[in-house]
Design a protein around this ligand. Sequence first.
Ligand code: ADP
Ligand code: MG
Length: 344
Amino acid sequence: MGMKLSELGEFGLIERIQARFRTPDGVTGIGDDCAVLPQNTGRNTLVSTDMLVEGTHFLRNDIPPYDLGWKSAAVNLSDVAAMGGKPTGTFLSLALPADLDTDWIDAFMHGYADLSERFGTPLLGGDTTASPDRICINVTVLGECPYARARLRNAAQKGDVICVTGPLGDSAAGLKAILEGVERDLEIQRLIDRHYRPIPRVREGEELRLNLGVHAMMDISDGLASDLNHILNASEVGAQINVADIPMSIALKHCCQRFGWDPLELAVSGGEDYELLFTCTPQAEALLTLPHFVIGRITPSTGYSSSSSGTNSSFAGLTGESRITWLGTSSPLAPGFDHFKKGK
Ligand code: ADP
Ligand code: MG
């Protein structure tokens, strides 16, 4: 008898899948934001894919189809940005119920095309099929970067500072407002917009790639707590985060006051901000010109139980102990989203 997926968890499942395959030498495979493939042109090709399922990732009755098209492309480009790469094109696969209105599809494609134009990523192909009732969207993105210059999750070094490119928690607060049916004034709509129309940090990622003191990098899709642990596990280090230094927007703080929400929980455990999370030397940080916030530092690894599979996996420990010490809070901070555990 196997166990239920809810016991295994999303990352346990990915590890189980990963265990059956060997990644060829010189290739970065499962476990980072993109796969990194060597080309004989002296450059690397980057590939990533992401799926959005109605009812799991979006509510058809709430999200405007334009925004859904935008977001479908944006979250994929974000994974290329997370490597410091330049996205070059996308593939779009759609499973759609037969009774879907063509106006919906036109608006969806409008949003997808606007985001694509903004970042110069043409749609290069895909697949189209019928679905019994739910909409399912899968996007694959291609990108490139100079050979061996992609920023991986396993490159954090002790003594690095830990930075993010923008405020956290807005998207999770927007989602909370949607789910709780909060009346949408301007401030609430701002948060919902951050949830529905994320901007992939492509230019920021490329600038960070040019700075050789920038070590590990990823985008924040599952939440700071969960995503930082991916970097820490892959790099076999720990981290101290100064809770007071986690950037939060005024809109987030104000809405939390109004509705009694916990801004720290939203910023730490809430996902889908799509800001970049990176580690770099203090000297490199001093030279950065792009907006960024220092939130903590990388510490030596002591006393963490390593992966059961014995691989250098970025998923190890996510089900167990966190490698993060949160300074300046007494409340325990939960990791982010797991698709099967539903534990926030
Ligand atoms: P991200 O949040 O950056 O999109 P995910 O958390 O979705 O990344 O996935 C983590 C890693 O696991 C990625 O490297 C991804 O390619 C890989 N992965 C996820 N699902 C599968 C799967 N079903 N088969 C193979 N690799 C997978
Ligand atoms: Mg990612």
